[in-house]
Design a protein around this ligand. Structure first.
Ligand code: NAD
Length: 350
């Protein structure tokens, strides 16, 4: 069912406010979830609202943010998120990085004791909207083995980078460090398809093309083998190790309702005007984008896309037409509303 963005925002806000999240913080969290659905990243959309709220009810995520700047050294800041909501912490941290970049040309905020912050691109784009380059990284609970391993050691740590152009959209790369998301393995299984080599391994760490072997105790594999694993590991270093936060196996799954998560992030903002004339930068970034868009196409290809373009154009369309939310997610959100005693999102039959 397609539902208008404002209705989804109102729904998520009333659920979060019902459990004691202050209005302004609720709106930051709701916007992250609704924006993900609008951009077609449904794995980070409203389907996450129930688990966020369960974690708040168990005291694993603070309902009201209480962040502490632990250290500040010119352009460098260490922020203790104090187990506040990931989106609220990440927004605060990127705003702080942007303010530092205004002053010093570059700002970096290392964050510890945060939570899942949703889609990384959002924070990188906060910087690109201000004529800055935004770089965002986060660690997550471990999900992937090292190369040759058969134990979860490293998360599919997200990495996002956004740069302004004078075209319609900024350039926005936003990716997880696993070859594919779990959803793609689930889809292959449901269709009885095999998966390409390199997507997953079985419980013994051996590569497999059988999606069932990945789902039954196996693992997602890092993007591009050792290179992706190395990149995920280095993200762990510049987030958690730098901030003094929890690493690797110290981080429980988001679905473990007995422990706090302690996620770390790194937010970097680079002020373009401190390096070059912003108009020139944006013009050259647009020329580069045009080279990509107008490149000779491989046979059978109708259009070449820039990083971020698919998601941002989808969002623009869905802001008008409404955002598709699956029946399963609507049913789960309605159950959540009933337990919180707030009006449901929508009837599946309306
Ligand atoms: N908060 C967390 O802990 C966490 C963890 C993992 C992932 N995530 C989020 O999950 C989301 C999905 O990650 P993903 O790796 O599955 O994304 P993806 O594979 O769908 O896209 C990765 C990048 O490739 C680009 N892209 C995709 N198809 C393209 C095409 N045909 N041509 C040109 N560019 C193309 C996208 O614009 C994007 O920048 C991200 O938003 C990420 O931040 C968050």
């Amino acid at each position: 069912m397609e539902i208008h963005r404002s209705k989804l925002m109102e729904f998520a806000n009333r659920c979060l406010i019902a459990v004691g999240v202050p209005e302004q913080e609720a709106s930051i969290i709701s916007n992250s979830l609704v924006e993900a659905d609008a951009r077609g990243i449904h794995s980070h959309g409203l389907m996450r609202l129930p688990i966020y709220i369960q974690r708040m009810e168990k005291g694993l995520i603070r309902r009201e943010a209480k962040m502490v700047v632990e250290q500040e050294n010119r352009a460098a800041v260490v922020l203790d998120g104090n187990h506040s909501a990931g989106q609220v912490v990440a927004t605060y941290a990127m705003n702080r990085a942007i303010a530092k970049a205004e002053e010093y040309g570059i700002g970096a905020v290392a964050v510890k004791n945060s939570n899942h912050f949703g889609v990384a691109a959002h924070y990188a784009m906060m910087a690109s909207h201000k004529d800055m380059i935004g770089i965002v990284m986060s660690n997550t609970a471990p999900l992937m083995p090292p190369v040759g391993g058969a134990e979860k050691i490293i998360g599919n740590n997200p990495f996002a980078m956004a740069a302004p152009t004078d075209h319609k959209y900024p350039l926005v790369l936003d990716m997880a460090l696993s070859q594919v998301a779990f959803g793609k393995i689930l889809y292959a299984k449901s269709k009885g398809l095999s998966i390409p080599e390199g997507w997953g391994a079985d419980k013994n760490g051996n590569g497999t093309t059988d999606p069932r072997a990945v789902l039954e105790g196996g693992f997602l594999l890092p993007l591009g083998g050792p290179k992706g694993f190395g990149l995920a590991l280095m993200i762990e270093v510049v987030t958690a190790v730098l901030a003094g936060g929890a690493i690797s196996k110290m981080i429980p799954s988001m679905y473990d309702l007995t422990q706090k998560q302690s996620i770390s992030h790194l937010m970097v903002a680079i002020r373009i005007a401190s390096f070059t004339e912003p108009d020139r930068f944006k013009q050259m970034a647009s020329v580069l984008s045009s080279y990509v868009k107008e490149a000779k196409k491989a046979s059978g290809i109708d259009e070449i896309y820039l990083p971020g373009e698919i998601e941002l154009s989808l969002e623009e369309k869905r802001n008008e037409s409404g955002i598709p939310i699956s029946d399963n997610v609507i049913a789960e959100l309605n159950r959540l509303a009933e337990t919180l005693q707030v009006p449901i999102l929508a009837s599946n039959h309306s």
